[in-house]
Design a binder for this molecule. Sequence first.
Ligand SMILES: C[S@@+](CC[C@H](N)C(=O)[O-])C[C@H]1O[C@@H](n2cnc3c(N)ncnc32)[C@H](O)[C@@H]1O
Length: 199
Amino acid sequence: MEKRITATVGTSIFCLGVSEPMSSVYPPSEDSYMLQRHVERLVSGKVLDMGTGSGIQAVTAVLKHEVEHVLAVDINPEAIEAARRRASDAGVLHKMAFKKSDLFEEIDGRFNWIVFNPPYLPYEEGLPDPTWIGGEKGCETIERFLGGARDHLTAGGFILLVYSSETGINGGGCGYNWEVLEEKTLFFERLYCARLSPS
Ligand SMILES: C[S@@+](CC[C@H](N)C(=O)[O-])C[C@H]1O[C@@H](n2cnc3c(N)ncnc32)[C@H](O)[C@@H]1O
């Protein structure tokens, strides 16, 4: 059983894995588990896990027999190694690939599902962490991601995306149809998981 403590960071509550306090890899938290519930239920075919972190979404996806292959991507090389370890422990390396990339910069091909639990909080002094901070307003990484994702979806493909009431997006637009699948209040913010398809 993973040992956790709960900490308040800015307006968000995070569960920190106390076994690796110095790790730069995002430990599975409330937002991860929200996305994981929908990954488990929905994804199939070829899957891209953007911002894989610990690999929680990638390994959840690849364990489904409807999923052919998962590409796990992160800008942080430590995250890529953590995801690879998780996949190795689960015995699923043969159905996976790993890539260090700033969003889609190094990515080729198209996917039936792209899942992303992005950095979605606005910049606050003393909080420069790229695992949480999505830009000055909070939505910059998401907007850049959505700009690139369209060219990497198959016809009929979907995105699963997490964001927050602090993100500075209203859950619509950017050339996509948005369907909120789940929302949850966490102290000072509301967390959302949405399914998007190109409009
Ligand atoms: C909130 S964590 C989510 C980690 C994991 N997917 C989960 O659900 O627990 C965001 C992840 O996105 C990665 N990330 C941030 N900016 C990125 C970028 N420009 N390109 C790729 N990955 C990025 C971070 O390194 C981090 O691992």
